[in-house]
Design a protein around this ligand. Structure first.
Ligand code: ADP
Length: 475
């Protein structure tokens, strides 16, 4: 049911239904309630009227000793007839033997009238009953014996039709229904109009979204309501982001193509020049082949780095392989691997562990990230320089600092070095076998550990990279 609701119901339909219910339902209910209470009040006032008149008559009968003597009081008889006529009803007088001695319809005289109302009336209880099916009122009144003995000699039974009340309320009901139908038509028209006007900005919004989706528009501005304004802003923002992502992807692809092409171009040049030479000496062949092999190595390193980056981008959480790792030992291993290269350039490589650290990290990835930092520190160094790696921790994070005495990074490039394929000095980076992806990988790894990486550098003096990572991994 909920699914059905979610899938198919339109805002417009819900709004129309709501407005209709609010506008029409109370009116219809009120009309019905009014009619019912009108009918009831009419019946009540009719009952009261009959009671008054009949009471006066029964008192007169008591005073005149109507039942005591022979029934001859013609004035009372005619009063009874008039009253019965006025009420559009019938008056019956019953004596103490339950025999009808007077009937304004002149039909039942001499017959017996034994009903619970009459019996109760002889006991002194007057009664009033409304028959709602046949639409008539029945009331009973005692007629006392002459004198003041208080003895009940007879009962007056008054029956009055309420048909006319029914007719009246039916007439009013018809009018009410007519009014309601008219109101219904007006309400439907107004509701349709109001819903259309109210939802117009939403439809405009939908239209613009479709345009954006089909590429005909770039922005969306529906400022009629605060909500649509906020939605417009959010959607525009999302599309701007998408465009940025798209642009950066395109740039990345063109960078990748370019980077992959460079070694191939070199290989081609080397091969072509070898082929164009007749009787090239074997040494030259060997040298050129050596260069070609280097270029192939480069190409394969670029591809490896690219694959690493792509894998990390795909689904960060799945790729993480978290375990308790002794970061100090990990750094020792990284430095050990780097020592031969450092030695070649006579760069001093040291590790200082201020505090032993065991942290929840992905060992392979962190090792690669730190390796890139140390490798850069050695690569972009001077002869006889130094690289100092420091490990420290507080109760929440561990910090790895990689400081070097190298060439430094000019201030204006410091924010860009983490971009893929960005290199300050292309030629030097190529010389040292860099792909321009190292720091991008490092930054990714640090972010996957919810850590931060910062760089401080003075051109010509050296660089310090500071990595800070939480001791416990938050997935
Ligand atoms: P590469 O493969 O070229 O080293 P990286 O992404 O590792 O690529 O580094 C990007 C650029 O940042 C490098 O080309 C270099 O210009 C600069 N860089 C990185 N680390 C250092 C450093 N320790 N000292 C000076 N420059 C550095």
């Amino acid at each position: 049911m909920k699914r059905f609701w979610k899938k198919t119901v339109s805002m417009r339909a819900v709004l129309i239904l709501m407005l209709f219910l609010i506008g029409f339902l109370p009116m219809a209910v009120q009309g019905r309630i009014l009619l019912t209470s009108l009918r009831q009040s009419q019946i009540d006032s009719r009952t009261l009227e009959i009671q008054n008149q009949a009471l006066i008559l029964s008192n007169r009968m008591t005073q005149a000793g109507y039942l005591g003597g022979e029934v001859t009081d013609t004035i009372l008889d005619s009063q009874m007839d008039v009253l019965a006529d006025v009420f559009n009803g019938r008056i019956v007088i019953v004596d103490e033997t339950y025999r009808i001695i007077r009937d304004t319809f002149n039909l039942a005289e001499g017959k017996y009238h034994i009903s619970s109302e009459v019996i109760r009336c002889f006991r002194g209880e007057t009664s009033s009953r409304y028959n709602s099916d046949k639409h008539y009122l029945t009331e009973t009144f005692p007629i006392y014996a002459a004198g003041s003995t208080g003895e009940i000699d007879g009962v007056m039974v008054v029956t009055a039709s309420t048909e006319y009340i029914l007719n009246l309320t039916d007439m009013v009901g018809e009018k009410v229904t007519m009014f309601e139908v008219m109101a219904l038509i007006v309400i439907i028209a107004v509701v349709l109009l109001a819903a259309g006007l109210y939802l117009k900005p939403v439809y405009v919004f939908r239209q613009r979204l479709k345009k954006i989706a089909s590429g005909d528009a770039e922005e969306i501005h529906v400022d009629d309501y605060r909500e649509t304004k906020e939605m417009s802003a959010a959607v525009s923002q999302a599309f701007t982001k998408l465009r940025e992502v798209d642009n950066s992807r395109q740039e990345f692809v063109s960078n990748v193509s370019h980077e992959l092409k460079t070694p191939i171009t070199s290989i081609r040049v080397l091969a072509d020049s070898l082929m164009s030479m007749e009787d090239a000496p074997v040494e030259l062949y060997r040298e050129f082949m050596n260069d070609i092999s280097d270029e192939i190595d480069r190409e394969s390193k670029i591809i490896d780095d690219l694959l690493t980056l792509v894998k990390m981008d795909k689904s960060a959480n799945q790729v993480m392989n978290i375990s308790q790792v002794n970061v100090g030992s990990l750094l020792e291993l990284v430095l050990k691997r780097m020592r031969p290269i450092a030695k070649k350039r006579n760069v001093e490589l040291t590790l200082e562990t201020i505090r032993e650290v065991t942290a929840e990290v992905d060992e392979v990835k962190l090792s690669q990230a730190l390796n890139n930092l140390v490798e850069n520190a050695v690569k972009y160094n001077r002869e006889d320089g130094w690289v100092r790696v420091t490990l420290d921790a507080d109760h929440k994070f561990f910090t790895v600092r990689v400081a070097d005495s190298g060439i430094g990074i000019p201030e204006e490039f410091q924010t860009r070095i983490f971009e893929r394929f960005y290199r300050v000095d292309k030629a030097r980076s190529r010389e040292t076998g860099g792909t321009g992806l190292g720091l991008a990988i490092t930054k990714n790894v640090v972010q996957m550990h919810h850590g931060t990486i910062q760089v401080q550098s003075v051109e010509g003096e050296g660089t310090v990279f500071t990595v800070q990572i939480p001791l416990t991994y938050i997935s």
